[in-house]
Design a binder for this molecule. Structure first.
Ligand code: NAD
Ligand code: ZN
Length: 343
């Protein structure tokens, strides 16, 4: 089969022939239809210090996908050829304290699809049946392809109550954009999206932002005054990984406010702990998706009318992977999809 492979240590990816993955008795083999490009894939492609430390070539990259069940192992009874599925990219151990308690997102032995095992930028991908998710009838395939980052957005956006609350979203990358639509759907009052990129601010407005702000040009205190807010934001979703964005969020919280942090910074961030203590602010780190409550929520939220599709802005055939990666890297994009269905 054809796959996009990190063939050796160093920049670049190669579209090349590799064997179709073998499956064990508990596994599902999936014929890939569409894939989404994640920031992780950009790090692996460019071979930054994180990738050089983490990735062991050769590796098929990619973890955001939708596809059709091709074959199943002899122990698998609830997946059948032809069914439309996506996969949870975090393969957990199943045996640690948290896995046994049903808290699989807390597993300390997680192996990432397209990071620690061969991934989904390929004609076929294999996963344990416990990682495969059936889609509901009628789902848009592009939306189904990005259930992985959509799940990050659901996990973060719904980790604190937002009904009637004022929410700050820092960073309108694909995940911040989806989170904006989710908190809107969930009944937030004001949603302020802070994002330096104009293309993404425009998308954020389409996803339901009350106000979009360029953090280089306008102070959040000024935005609060315009909206008639007096006590600060009740909830902040940190989705930029930017140090200044996190500090600004903390400075603009109401007493007792909740900050969910998904963005991954490149280094340590000094914080004003006095402010966190005296304003009684909760900071919560978010990693991955809750298995499988967030997957359930995604499926039913889409059925209930939540539309995240405006966050998907570019589509390429997989042979144009270089153009697809360029679009994802440019910043003037939301989610970028590669189509493998014609492979
Ligand atoms: P992205 O890099 O496309 O989006 C980040 C956005 O933040 C960009 O649009 C950027 O312009 C904006 N930004 C930069 N400086 C800013 C500032 N000072 N204020 C406000 N916005 C600013 O990333 P994404 O794919 O949407 O992911 C969002 C973040 O979540 C990234 O940091 C990513 O690494 C991280 N992530 C975490 C997990 C997890 O499980 N914790 C999973 C996926 C992604
Ligand atoms: Zn575990």
């Amino acid at each position: 089969m054809l796959a996009l492979v990190k063939a050796e240590a160093g920049p670049g990816l190669t579209l090349t022939e590799v064997p179709i993955p073998a499956i064990g008795i508990n596994d599902v083999l999936i014929k890939v239809r569409k894939t989404g490009i994640c920031g992780t894939d950009l790090h692996i492609e460019s071979w930054d210090p994180w990738a050089a430390k983490t990735i062991k070539p050769p590796l098929v990259v990619g973890h955001e996908f939708v596809g059709v069940v091709e074959a199943v192992g002899s122990n698998v009874s609830d997946f059948h050829p032809g069914e439309l599925v996506s996969g949870e990219g975090h393969v957990v151990c199943g045996r640690c304290r948290h896995c046994l308690a049903g808290q699989r997102h807390l597993c300390a032995n997680t192996v990432g699809l397209g990071v620690g095992r061969d991934g989904a930028f390929a004609e076929y991908v294999a996963l344990p049946m416990t990682n495969v998710w059936h889609h509901r009838p009628g789902i848009d395939e592009d939306v189904a392809a990005v259930f992985d980052p959509f799940g990050n957005a659901v996990h973060t956006a719904l980790s604190f109550p937002v009904l009637g609350e004022d929410v700050l979203v820092s960073g309108a990358g694909p995940i911040g954009l989806m989170a904006t639509a989710i908190v809107k759907h969930a009944g937030a009052r004001f949603i302020v999206v802070s994002e330096p990129n104009a293309f993404r601010r425009e998308l954020a407005a389409r996803m339901g932002a009350t106000v979009t702000v360029d953090p280089r040009a306008r102070d959040l205190g000024d935005v609060q005054a315009e909206l008639g807010m007096v006590e600060g934001f009740d909830v902040a979703l940190e989705m930029s990984g930017n140090a200044a964005a996190l500090r600004t969020a903390i400075d603009n919280m109401a007493h007792g406010g909740n900050v969910a942090i998904l963005g991954i910074p490149t280094g340590e961030i000094p914080l004003d702990v006095n402010r966190i203590v005296f304003d009684q602010i909760t900071l919560r780190g978010i990693y991955g998706r809750e298995m499988y409550e967030d997957w359930y929520k995604m499926s039913v939220l889409v059925q209930g009318g939540l539309d995240i599709s405006p966050a998907i802005t570019h589509r390429f055939p997989f042979r144009e992977h270089e153009a697809a990666f360029d679009a994802a890297r440019s910043g003037d994009s939301g989610k970028v999809i590669m189509d493998w269905s014609a492979a």
